[in-house]
Design a protein around this ligand. Sequence first.
Ligand code: FRU
Length: 538
Amino acid sequence: MGFFKQKADAPAQEPKRDPSPSSGGSGSPSQQERVTLLACALGAIAAIGGFIFGYVSGQISGFFLMKDYARRFGELQSDGSYDFSAARQGTIVGLLCVGALIGSLIAGKMADTVGRRLSISMFAFFACVGTIIEISSSTHWVQFAVGRLVTGLSIGALSVVVPMYQSESTPAVIRGVIVSSYQLLITMGIWTAEMVNWGTETKSNSGAWRIPNGLTFAWALVLGAGILFLPESPRFAYSRGRVDEARQTIARLHGLSTDSDIVNNQIADIQAKIDEESENTAAFSWTEIFTAPRMFYRTVLGIVLQAGQQLTGANFFFYFGTTVFAATGISNSYVTQIILGSVNVFATIIGLFIIDRFGRRVILMTGAAWMMMCFLVYAFVGHFALDHENPMLTPKAGSALVTFSCLAIAAFAVSWGPLVWTVNAELYPIRYRSFCMGIATASNWFWNFLISFFTRFITDKIDYFYGLIFAGCCAALVVIVFFFLIESKDRTLEEIDTMYVQHVNPITSSRWDAAQFRDEMRQPQPSDVHEHAHEDEK
Ligand SMILES: OC[C@H]1O[C@](O)(CO)[C@@H](O)[C@@H]1O
């Protein structure tokens, strides 16, 4: 059953959809929708959740090189210095991901219970608690690691609720940019952490690492308080019966009056979807995420795409970049990290410009193919051309490694970095959105954890050939996107759902005509004619 069908029993105050295809919610909403300051502010403030994510993931690699941090939490070496074993380092890095995995699984329930906005505020508060646990550990590395677990819980939950809130609240014409700004802020968080680390590293006073560490508290406070000044997601508000609030929010976000066609049509579409979903079963059962129309396909696709984002290998550079580049003989590895971080930020900004211009599919496939090439070069140069004993003897190989790492990061930053969050927030209908986004995001954190924990063990053993694994994954991702992902650029969330339910072919999906589909749905069906005939008889 199509979502454009107007329900006979729709609430009296609900509008009839404007039949004109140019009235919004059509295949080309960009012709009517406006970009408002409120929509941008909403996107930007919520995206601070991404900044915290980037900041806490980016700071840790620099901590390991700080003398005071190593003296407190590292292991005493035979020469009297302190260093970290692969296991301890992996635990400290990886527990953040474990916490985040748990956070992403509980986030959906919370977002559906107290709403998107309050959940964001609450989960930001968890980051404050985690930071206090970390910063107050003086010599107990386990306490520090537990603090990372709690902070992780916060950023994992935020990684589900923030893109969901942004995607449900913003007009289709800028949805790609707004949800991708979440990733931009992640990259800015990583970059800021690297800069603050760099500035703090030379400070000789004990506990200098507490400065970058403690700043997390401030970012979380800004998010937790700031989000409370924004409106609730209109789709969530509507699903809780707050129809007027939803209507007003959509109107404000689009810069239109509450009775404009676009607002009426969006409300009608949301209503139709909610009606359609509640027809399926009375109470939500988790098995529906596999059994409801086209949900098995989408749930698996979401999980695979989120895992794919990690399997592109970008985090390999972010978590262990400092160590890897030090091993290539490049003197100031902090500087190398900052270069990588800067490439990441600038390329993500470029990504935001192209995201709503080219389709999601093209960008994802090109990005994965480009990263595959970079990893191939990285693996072969690192394996054959670099002198592992004395890297200073092979400076050209060292420079090539840094260059191709930068190129890989750039490709990631314009494609898989931002777009996976966007696509994940677009894939599912509202009934399953929070649950499925949670599961898919958990798969991102699961792979993030595996990479952060095991990379050091693996690189110690199989050297730069490790890059071949990531190259293979990137090749697989090109194929997966080509055959399975439907193009969602410029579609409303309700249209995207309809495309999946209608089995639109992913390869030709960018040409799907929503207006024509709507017209077809309005043609009297044989069954309708039958029903009317009976009515006439009566
Ligand atoms: O920009 C790099 C960062 O982006 C992410 O993949 C999230 O989208 C992180 O896991 C990574 O650290």
